[in-house]
Design a protein around this ligand. Structure first.
Ligand code: SF4
Length: 233
């Protein structure tokens, strides 16, 4: 079997099933009439350099303290915020980033995420990348999962997968890897399937890493990709 991004996706989907990303507490937002997209933004910033299980603890703290909206995040005392987000590590830095991002949205977009996301993908991406502490992976996670924009998220696992399969990626850079997956998938999938596929694909790669490839000692013998993988570890 020649391995392409599309059939890699199919194998992963078959092995792990739908991941239903991004994980958000919809019931909470229905009760509170809050915007779930801000939870995704918070999660995308907090998950930098830490495991998702740590982020989950912070999200619970923020919920308990009603600091889950752009407005409350803008006005929360920095000291309280840092205590709440301590489990995610780098809490000084992340606290400043969250507060800065929330107050930026409040001032520039009146706290209206619909207004923020209702623009051209490249324009929003450019703006996100200009903000403190928002790199390409965080910006693209926000665009794809919160903004529903068609953009492929690249992380360390995507990069590793590119080394394991005979993909013709121009270089190891974030942009080249992203371009490769987007070109391959957009040439083989109908346009309406792109956003759901980008969402699912990234989540499946994270699951592959969690269960097999991202461990200190990868579990190649039981990995669903082991007959396709070029460089077993
Ligand atoms: S077979 Fe091994 S190296 Fe290849 S994807 Fe699976 S765990 Fe990673």
């Amino acid at each position: 079997m020649t391995i392409t991004p599309k059939n890699l996706y199919m194998v992963l989907l078959d092995a792990f099933g739908h991941q239903h990303w991004w994980p958000i507490d919809r019931k909470y937002h229905q009760r509170q009439h809050s915007d779930p997209r801000f939870e995704i933004i918070i999660g995308a910033i907090l998950t930098q350099n830490t495991a998702w299980t740590n982020v989950e603890k912070v999200l619970e703290n923020l919920k308990k303290q009603n600091t889950f909206t752009i407005h409350t995040m803008t006005h929360v005392e920095e000291k309280n915020l840092k205590t709440m987000i301590q489990p995610s590590g780098f809490f000084n830095q992340k606290g400043q980033r969250l507060k800065f991002f929330a107050s930026y949205l409040e001032k520039k977009y009146n706290g209206d995420l619909q207004m923020f996301f209702s623009r051209d993908t490249s324009e929003i991406r450019h703006e996100l990348l200009s903000l403190s502490g928002i790199g390409p992976e965080t910006a693209d996670s926000i665009l794809l999962y919160a903004g529903n924009h068609p953009i492929f998220v690249v992380d360390a696992y995507t990069r590793r997968i590119c080394h394991r399969f005979p993909f013709h990626v121009a270089s190891d850079s974030y942009d080249d890897i992203q371009q490769f997956f987007e070109n391959e998938l957009s040439s083989t999938l109908p346009e309406k399937e792109l956003i759901p596929t980008y969402k699912e694909f990234h989540a499946l790669l994270v699951e592959l890493a969690k269960q097999y490839c991202g461990k200190k000692k990868p579990s190649c013998s039981t990995c669903p990709l082991n007959r396709l993988c070029e460089k077993l570890l």
